[in-house]
Write a new protein. Structure first.
Length: 245
């Protein structure tokens, strides 16, 4: 019995040491991947990286990590319009099947899914915020975007008729969808301004617009989008996503 107790104590101690070593190793690896990702994507700050699954060391031996989570608070994506950027808040991505080099100089995920938010103030950059003529004596511009409920965007317009500004903003509910790398906003119905009959094509020059969001980290792409309280919530996805290298 005494020998058995000693054996159990040794097993517990070795198990504890292995757990400590495993956690130290995963913390080091998370830091290395975060630093490489910051360098690769030219990020302003170091992203959050969490390597899930236990034990970590057996994953290292196999050369593939089961599950890696990456979080970037503020990411500036390309708009495809010269050097203009658009800020993405709270980009979170879950990576599966991450293969890596021995020094974590390169790491590639087989699949990735995630979410992000683009604030309405950022999306406004693509809308026409300068007065645009839509009929003789009638002009309008977008003055605000907000949550219209049920996944719709409410587009608020300021209109002027024969030099007189319409007292109340003209509002229209719009659908928001993803097409390739574009977030597209399209009015469901067309507003009446000043009692004048207006050509649909001219009104839609104001109400409808699109915003390109390109060059996301690691090559992930837009998947779905829906209007929410503080902005549009985007789902992203990708395959062979590069975390580093």
């Amino acid at each position: 019995m005494r020998a058995l107790r000693i054996l159990l104590i040794v097993v517990v101690i070795l198990g504890g040491l292995f757990t400590i070593a495993d956690r130290l190793a995963v913390n080091f690896a998370e830091g290395e991947v975060a630093d490489k990702l910051r360098s690769t994507e030219n990020l302003a700050s170091t992203p959050d990286v969490s390597i899930n699954g236990f034990p970590f060391l057996t994953q290292v031996v196999g050369g593939e990590l089961d599950d890696v989570e990456v979080g970037i608070d503020d990411y500036e994506a390309s708009t495809g319009n010269g050097g203009e950027k658009i800020r993405i808040d709270g980009l979170r991505a879950n990576m599966k099947g991450v293969e890596f080099s021995s020094d974590f100089g390169s790491a590639t995920a087989a699949d990735a899914t995630g979410t992000a938010t683009v604030g309405y103030d950022e999306l406004m950059k693509a809308a026409k915020s300068e007065p645009t003529a839509i009929a003789p004596g009638v002009s309008a511009k977008v003055i605000g975007l907000s949550d219209g409920g049920n996944g719709k965007i409410k587009v608020s317009l300021a209109a002027t008729v024969m030099g007189v500004e319409v007292p109340q903003p003209v509002e229209v509910l719009s659908t928001v969808t993803v097409k390739d790398n574009d977030v597209e906003v399209v009015a469901e119905g067309l507003p009446e301004i000043g009692g004048k009959e207006l050509a649909e094509s001219r009104i839609r020059e104001i109400t409808d617009f699109q915003q390109t969001i390109d060059e996301l980290p690691g090559g992930i792409e837009l998947d779905k989008v829906e209007a929410a309280k503080d902005g549009v919530e985007i789902t992203v996805k990708g395959s062979n996503v590069r975390l580093a290298g």
